[in-house]
Design a protein around this ligand. Structure first.
Ligand SMILES: [Zn+2]
Length: 87
């Protein structure tokens, strides 16, 4: 199943034009409270959500821009107008 991704500059394109950048982990941890364990968890641990997740993509065969989208990992479809729910 092919993935269509909406680049904010170029519009909807074939997923083969993009490089996956991983799930969005939110802002970097506060450096004042940072431990090596917190940094390791932030940089290496994935939640691997079965459902809608926010992720980074790079348009390598287009405008060379990094951006985020919401994708349903179960159907491999981009989710438009997804509203984040606070944890
Ligand atoms: Zn683009």
């Amino acid at each position: 199943m092919s993935l269509l991704i909406t680049c904010p500059i170029c519009g909807k394109r074939n997923g083969y034009e993009f490089k996956f950048g991983g799930e969005d982990r939110g802002p970097k941890p506060n450096e004042d409270e940072l431990t090596s364990r917190k940094w390791c968890e932030y940089t290496h641990m994935n939640t691997n959500i079965g459902g809608i997740q926010k992720e980074w993509w790079y348009h390598r065969d287009g405008c060379n821009t990094w951006f985020t989208i919401y994708r349903n990992t179960l159907t491999n479809e981009e989710v438009q107008n997804h509203k984040e729910v606070a944890p």
